[in-house]
Design a protein around this ligand. Structure first.
Ligand SMILES: Cc1cc2nc3c(=O)[nH]c(=O)nc-3n(C[C@H](O)[C@H](O)[C@H](O)COP(=O)(O)OP(=O)(O)OC[C@H]3O[C@@H](n4cnc5c(N)ncnc54)[C@H](O)[C@@H]3O)c2cc1C
Length: 321
């Protein structure tokens, strides 16, 4: 597969990048390019111009803040995030399971957070899609996965996304109106096409994780092969344990089953006040898995993924004991 022709710009500051985005309608940002380039080769998107962030200084690195939180530059490589002992365990372990070593040596945190949604009907060559019929996400007028619905159900397949929601993290954004922060939970929208809660002309500059001294965090991922494959279910858990050993607060967030990460509040509430024993974990896993209704649009069957949800939630919570 060959790339289509496109213009290539290398700004030296994030402000310049924002300006270039504004004066080049239809331009796309590129960081590591491990998602954008395959999508361009498949003609899922055909930007006239690609604006590279790699030449901008000061957007990578992991820094412990004065309050004990951590700020991670958007251009930080996934390899460095996976190797960091300064970030919460869930973040490092999710990063370590993304793609392969080659991908993690090029791919960035910002690119992962902004990863396009995936679906068996869109992640195909252009000739395949033309032969089978175009879909809502690229130039068609029907969703082949849920033809009766009016929305695209392509899946949020970022491993970091559910973790950032579970950690109550925030992203730093720079756009034409200046800079702002946005809660990670607001960065994701339940729409397979318009899946990000930031505007297209805003650039993610950093991810900030608040201090969590008493929290235990973890991540479990279901995929066909033990490496390379995208998640077809991701379970991010974070639990605050009080001095008496009981759960004070909890987060259970599922990824790769819907266009946005899903927070399972009923299960979280059920954990609060209990010890992380087998009974409490079983009850929480049952409650968290109940609303899971994956579509048949990524690898392996939707029934299998639904069946595996309580198994993986249980394992993720057991890891925290
Ligand atoms: C074989 C293979 C396996 C993979 N496996 C996984 C996996 O297991 N889990 C997983 O989560 N992903 C996986 N990926 C997808 C991808 O490699 C990662 O998600 C990676 O982190 C994307 O980062 P990047 O820097 O390469 O992003 P890019 O490809 O450069 O960009 C991705 C998207 O984010 C936008 N973007 C990038 N940076 C910014 C920014 N700072 N601000 C605003 N927008 C931005 C781009 O415009 C683009 O739309 C896989 C990819 C391949 C090819």
């Amino acid at each position: 597969m060959r790339l289509p022709a496109f213009g290539y710009l290398e700004p030296s500051t994030v402000e310049d990048a924002v300006e270039l985005l504004a004066i080049n309608p239809g331009a796309e940002i590129i960081a590591g390019g491990t998602d954008l380039i395959p999508n361009m080769k498949r003609r899922q998107i055909s930007p006239s111009t690609v604006i590279a962030l790699g030449t901008i200084d000061g957007m990578s690195g992991i820094q412990v803040d004065d309050d004990g939180g951590v700020t991670i530059g958007a251009l930080t490589l996934l390899h460095d995030l996976a190797a960091s002992s300064e970030v919460p365990a869930a973040l490092a372990s999710a990063a370590a399971e993304i793609g392969s070593p080659q991908i993690r040596n090029v791919a960035t945190v910002g690119g992962n957070l902004c990863l396009d949604t995936r679906c068996g009907f869109i992640n195909q060559t252009e000739s395949w899609r033309l032969a089978s019929g175009l879909c809502l996400k690229a130039d068609g007028d029907v969703c082949w996965v849920a033809p009766k619905g009016e929305e695209c159900v392509a899946v949020s397949s970022s491993d970091l996304a559910p973790v950032t929601v579970a950690l109550d993290a925030e992203v730093g954004l720079v756009g034409p109106d200046g800079s702002r922060t946005l809660a990670a939970s607001d960065l994701y929208r339940s729409d397979g096409i318009d899946h990000l809660g930031k505007s297209a002309d805003e650039i993610v500059t950093a991810l900030t994780v608040p201090p969590r001294p008493r929290w235990r965090t973890g991540y479990r991922k279901l995929r066909r092969r033990g490496t390379i494959d995208f998640p077809i279910l991701g379970v991010a858990v974070a639990v605050e344990v009080a001095d008496d050993g009981r759960v004070k607060d909890a987060r259970i967030v599922l990824g790769a089953i819907a266009p946005a990460p899903m927070r399972m509040r009923q299960a979280e509430e059920a954990l609060v006040g209990s010890r992380l024993d087998a009974e409490a974990i079983e009850r929480a896993a049952e409650l968290a898995a109940k609303p899971v209704r994956p579509y048949d649009n990524v690898d392996l069957g939707s029934r299998y993924r639904k069946w595996m949800a309580p198994v993986f939630i249980t394992r993720a919570l057991q890891d925290l004991r």
